[in-house]
Design a protein around this ligand. Structure first.
Ligand code: G7M
Length: 310
């Protein structure tokens, strides 16, 4: 969640005072929704989602973990039922909740259902529209990144950390609650704030990108017994914040918008572009034209459309 640094000691515990305004987005696949409302007088987004079922816990749940069962379809050999889980000290959580509070207009736009359209960004359009947009990005939007890098937030969750300009940190992504290995989702955040997106990468960053890959493989093997061939390492363009980071996601993870063609770029491919870049002058990521989809409410959308038409 953005702006975690600014969280006052509110918290999810104050949710009973949440004043609901409207549903921003509904996802029938994950059975989740984003609600907009007010918390302690300030705008808030609450993401409500059913927790994933851990396959290793499922047999026991089915055998002895159910409090009640309501069969609503009986058409042998097909049966469907609603069930309630038994309470108790070992009970599994029913919901995974996330809160963005206080949230901004940018958050509201981001999580509002909206059509997506394909756009083509040439290097000229990058210089004219995207670069100024990135430069004007308020520093508060990445306060949570600095809080992680400086060890003020999420310190107990850090999986790997290396110091210096060429260092980075590996942490579980906000989206992963750690329940299932198939949902494994980590983020590698680089320390060098001058790399704002994939477009800023140069040949000299190859060792950094390779060490992200190496450490991600090693952490996932040691901690979750997940092999290199089970991991998809990729970069978003456009990302939602401009401090360079790499997504590390289990190959069995449900496909989501950020994995769509155009939006996600394999880390290995990006390393290869850098290896093929000229020794002098701009690197391939700076010279390439990218085609990707953007939500029509995205801060870049209108200017990119206008720029394309010129
Ligand atoms: O590449 P893109 O900018 O789209 O992805 C950003 C990633 O950062 C997403 O996968 C978010 O879930 C993740 N993320 C965002 N925030 C605000 C946090 C946070 O506070 N902590 C962690 N660990 N991950 C975050």
């Amino acid at each position: 969640m953005d702006d975690t640094d600014e969280l006052k000691p509110c918290d999810l515990a104050g949710l009973e005072t949440f004043e609901f305004e409207r549903v921003l987005l509904e996802n029938t696949l994950s059975g989740s929704c984003y609600l907009l409302g007010k918390l302690h007088g300030e705008p808030a987004i609450v993401h409500v989602q059913r927790t994933a079922v851990d396959p290793s816990a499922a047999p026991n749940i089915v055998k002895e973990g159910l409090e009640s069962l309501n069969v609503f379809l009986d058409n042998r050999p097909y049966f469907s039922a609603h069930a309630l889980l038994k309470r108790g000290p070992d009970a599994l959580p029913d919901l995974a909740l996330k809160l963005i509070w206080p949230c901004t207009e940018v958050h509201i736009k981001k999580y509002t259902a909206q059509p997506r359209r394909l756009l083509t960004e040439t290097p000229a359009l990058y210089a004219q529209v995207v670069e100024p947009y990135i430069s004007s990005f308020p520093p508060e939007r990445t306060a949570w990144v600095h809080a992680i890098l400086e060890g003020r937030k999420e310190a107990e969750r850090v999986l790997f950390s290396s110091p210096g300009e060429e260092g980075f940190m590996l942490v579980p992504d906000l989206k992963w609650d750690g329940t299932t290995t198939a949902g494994l989702y980590l983020t590698a955040i680089v320390r060098d704030g001058s790399i704002r997106s994939m477009r800023d990468l140069e040949r000299r960053h190859i060792p950094l990108l390779k060490s992200i890959k190496r450490e991600a493989y090693s952490v996932c093997a040691e901690k979750w017994d997940v092999a290199a061939g089970e991991l998809r390492l990729f970069i978003h363009y456009q990302p939602s914040y401009y401090h360079f980071h790499v997504h590390v996601v289990h190959v069995a993870h449900e496909i989501f918008a950020g994995m769509a063609v155009g939006q996600g770029h394999m880390l290995d491919d990006v390393v290869n572009w850098l290896e093929l870049s000229p020794e002098e002058g701009p690197s391939l990521p700076a010279l390439m034209t990218f085609t990707y989809a953007l939500g029509t409410e995205h801060g870049l959308y209108a200017d990119l459309v206008a720029g394309q038409e010129e």
